[in-house]
Each structure stands twice: as C-alpha cells, then as structure tokens.
Design a protein around this ligand. Structure first.
Ligand code: ZN
Length: 147
C-alpha cells in the first residue's frame, strides 16, 4: 500500500481490524453472492436485504488481505440505507475509479474514496473491487427474483 496516503491507510487498517457488518446471516430474505480473487487468495461472501427499493441491510464475511476486508466493511457502511438504483450507480462508478477508468466525479463515495489510490496498484484492483462486485451481483439477483 505504498502509494496510499497515511490517512487512507489508517482508515483501511481501522476497518480491517474492526470490520463493520461482518457475519453472514443466511436468512431466507437475504440474497447472497460468493466471489474469489485467486491472485491474492481473497474470498468473500456478501448478502443484502432489499425492501421497497431500499437496501435495508448488508453483511459480509470472508478471508482476505487488508484492502479486500476493509473495502467490504466500508462498502457495507456507505451503501446501507441507500436506494438500490443509487447504490448501483455508486458501485458502477467506484469500480471504474479503482480500475482507472473515467467515472462520474460528482458521485459522493464517502469513505470508499480511500481506495482511489488503488488505481496506481494494478495488482490490488481486484482486492478493492470484489466486495462491491459481489454486492452488485446480489442487487441484480434481487431484480431477477422480482421480475
Ligand atoms: Zn487481496
């Protein structure tokens, strides 16, 4: 994490040591997604609970590096309570930001902004994105069940 600023590193280490919303419920009304990152050994489960178009709850669990675990924790805090459409837009732009693509600069990433520096660390892009990708997958599955 040599290219990440000191402040960002502190936020990441805080979430890594004290993850928020950790622990999978496996409750039937939650939608779950499991993703792996073979290059780093990260494995993560994310589950979401959506009611009336609002993300009421997010849980995550798994094993991985500090960037993977911290991004899952931060993502769960930032996205919880958002409208599904807003969350999808935020995640879409977050994934672009960490993989160094053009993204909407007006999006408020809140604490997820700490992963901005990951774009300069190509080997870690997947670490910073799998939890958000997994959450996005649960939201898409939710759509399919509604249809
Ligand atoms: Zn990793």
């Amino acid at each position: 994490m040599t290219n990440l600023s000191n402040l960002y590193r502190q936020v990441i280490m805080d979430h890594y040591r004290n993850p928020r919303n950790k622990g999978i419920t496996n409750a039937p009304n939650y939608v779950k997604c499991h993703l792996k990152n073979p290059s780093c050994g990260d494995m993560i489960d994310v589950e979401s609970l959506v009611e009336d178009g609002i993300i009421k709850d997010i849980h995550h669990d798994g094993q991985g590096c500090s960037i993977c675990c911290a991004s899952a924790s931060i993502m769960s805090e930032v996205i919880k309570g958002m409208k599904v459409d807003d969350a999808k837009y935020l995640i879409d732009n977050y994934l672009k930001m960490v993989s160094n693509q053009e993204y909407d600069q007006n999006v408020d990433f809140d604490e997820l902004q700490v992963f901005d520096g990951v774009k300069d660390l190509p080997a870690r892009v997947r670490c910073a994105s799998i939890s958000s990708q997994a959450l996005l997958n649960t939201l898409k599955k939710e759509d399919e069940t509604d249809a």
